[in-house]
Design a protein around this ligand. Sequence first.
Ligand code: HEM
Length: 418
Amino acid sequence: MSTARPTAREIAEVDLFSPEPYRQGFPHEAFTRLRRSAPVSWLDVPDDFQGEHDPGFWLLTRHADVQAANRDTELFSALDGPQLSLRPEMAGNMLVSMDGRAHLRLRKLISSGFTPRMVSRLEQKARGWAISILDAALARGQCDFVQDVAYQLPMHMIADIMGIPIEDRARVFDVTLEFLQAGDPDSPATPEAHLASQVKMFQYAQELGRRKRERPEEDVWTILATAEVEGDDGERTKLSEIELDFFFLVLTIAGSETTRNAISAGLLALLDSPEQLEALRRRPDSLPVAGEEILRWTTPVSYFARRATGDTEIRGVPIAKGDRVTLWYPSANRDEDVFDEPFRFDVTRKPNPHVAFGGGGPHFCLGANLARFEIRVLFEELLARTREIEPLAPPTYGPLGIYNPVLLAVKELPVRLA
Ligand code: HEM
């Protein structure tokens, strides 16, 4: 089936299914080879790949191709979700696995949670959280920057937005992490543990919905738990239990894991370029531009998957109707055709047309602005409050590799803050 296709396995020179190439972060070398020699290539999925899956998939590694596929949602359907393993129960039930009008309706609904009043309060909130989180870390002197700082701000922000009470947060987000890690075939957790953590999240989502219906508040979960959506037949219905469950999953994961990784990997990049860190200390007003480079450099989402709805061709490579196609954002963000010296971290880079939030189109990241100001506020307050940030040990990475597109993350980054 795949004989005439450019095959990623040979060109990448590494086994992208093994955890090995991801031990030190994203395997940029392999993807640079792919961009150069086979920007559109095919990868067979090994037989022992967990769960239901396609026999193989295409990898798009160039910026222009990622952008075009992302924007053409008629030809590249999101229905089967962003991951490689197929979860039929998610298709059509989750914002990230919906197409067309159904997707637009749900997206509009959640956007209504981000009212101007709410958004104007968010930045203030982010600063308040950033200050208290950093003060606690500074009081200790040494900390794990990932757990004690980078994890805390996005977690509290998404919890504030959703209306998850403070006393529930540790429990809810511990389960979120447990859920993600248990999905890793190399983790010691069993598939039963994975399912059990998903059940716990769903139970909490329902419990929170009941509380919001009894006592509505100004938050996104009140909106989602009480809203009615108009179907194609004009009938208005409430979101089903499963739609609410998956919404909860998407928001808790998308709202916390990605920004956490941008912040921790962003600090690592700055520590590797002390002169750029010092320049930012002197000119904190240049942080919005620096934030974009942090996003390009760290690109926390590895890929999102789509499915071709018709026969097509990209760079002369035929793609058949029904083929699975993956859009590799970290690779697109190192594309030599778009970025001058793409492997140079440059906090003054401008313009910076990165695709860290997706390549555009109807699924473009809903939290992009939120993530942007979380990153800016956190670094503003960090640089204003410290004279010195000293790494105490090399970082460690989560070994999830290709299995989970949002969890190739810095796991630990011990630092001393002075
Ligand atoms: C640095 C942080 C973040 C990065 C790198 C990121 C990246 C992405 C990417 C690549 C997509 C897929 C876009 C596409 O399919 O075209 C996405 C979608 C999404 N993101 Fe983010 N994201 C971040 C933060 C957030 C935050 C803080 C939220 C919280 C509200 C969020 C909520 C979402 C949602 C709900 C979607 C699905 C949108 C849809 O399918 O219509 N993200 N994000």
